[in-house]
Design a protein. Sequence first.
Length: 364
Amino acid sequence: PPPETMLGLDEIEEAAKSFLSPRVANYYSASSLDGYSTAENRSAFRKCRLLPRIMKNVNTVAPQTTIFGIPSALPIYVSPSSNALLGHPDGELNITRGAAKTGIVQGISAAASFPLEEILDEKDRMDEAIGEKMGIVYQVYLQKDRSKHEAQVREAVERGCQALLLTVDSNVGDLRQSTEKLKGTTGDIQPGRRMDPFSDPPGYHDPTQEWKDLVKLKELAQGVPIYLKGVCHIDDVRKAKEAGLAGCIFSNHGGRQLDQARTGFDSLRQIYYEDPKLCKEIELYIDGGVRRGTDVLQALAFGARGVGLGRPFLYAQAAYGEQGVIRTVRILENEILNAMRLMSVTKIEEIKPSMVECLQEIWK
Ligand code: FNR
C-alpha cells in the first residue's frame, strides 16, 4: 500500500516487516534480555491521562521549537540508529532527504551504514536544494582506540554538524548480541558496508569511559554543544550541568542495553518532580516508545524540549525510502497539531504538567 494510506507509525512498521527478512526485522525490533524496557517505553505513556482545556481559539497553532539549538519544524528528531542500509539501499540518505524536506533534525549514528562523509555530502546537496541549512547532529561512542572516535568528531565538527550526542549507556554491549553469535544467527545477509552489522566491531564499547573523558571531547567539539544520550539518574543530570554540557537525553536505548532500566519518560517525570528548577537550567530530551502526537505532548508537559524516535524512521525508510520518512513526519505533525488544538494550546510553552494526570507515582 502507498505511504499516503498509512495512518499511524505502527502501520508503517507492519508494512516494513511484511517484506523485510526475519533477520533484519529482528535486528531492528530487538531488545536486550526479556524486553521489559522496550515494552515499558510504550506503556509509560499509557499510565498518564490528558486533561484538556476548552474554549480557546486554536485556529493558529505553532509547534516549532529548537532541538539541540537548531530551529525545528516540530518538537521531534531522528534519534541516531545504526544500519539503515539493511532495510533499504539508500539507508541513512533516505533520512537525510526526508528530514531536510520536513524541517526536522537528523541524528547520525556512529554506526551508520554509510560513511559520515557520504551522509554529509547528501546533507550539502539537500541544503542547496531547500535553500537553507538542514539540522544535523552526530552521535559519538567513546571507543577503546580513542583515535577512532576523535577522527570522527573532528570530521563531524569540521563539516558542520551542529551538535554532538555522546551515547553513555553503552560502555559494554548488550548480551543479546553475544548470544546470537553463539547461535550463529549473526552475519551479513545483504551487501552492506559494515562487515557484520549484527554485532558490534571489537573495541566499539569502552568500559573504561569516565566523566574526565569529557575534557578531551569538549576540546575537540570546539564550542559545538554536547548532549549526553542515555541518562537516567538525576545526579548525572547535575554532573552534566557541572561539566558544562548543553543537555541530557533520558533514554534506555530503546530497551537494547540495560533491561529494566527506567524509561526516558519516567526519568523525565521523576526528575521534574524532584527538582523542577534543574530542568530549566539544562536542556532535556527523551526517547523510547514515542509513536503518537499525544506521547510527544506528554513529554513536553514535563519539560522536554523534544523527543527522539529511533525504530519508526528505520522502518519508514525500509518500507518507502525517503517518502516513508516524510510520511512519518507528516503523521506525527498532524497528530501533534490535532492534540494541541484539542488541548486548547497554541504554543509549546503552554503545555503544562497540570494538563497531565499520572496514574502511578512509584517513587512517591
Ligand atoms: C538504536 N539506537 C542507537 N543509539 C545510539 O546512540 N547509537 C546507535 O548506533 C544506535 N543504534 C540503534 C539501532 C537500532 C536498530 C535501534 C532500534 C536503536 C537507539 C536509538 O537511538 C533510540 O534511543 C531508541 O531507538 C529509541 O527508542 P524507539 O524510538 O526505537 O522506541
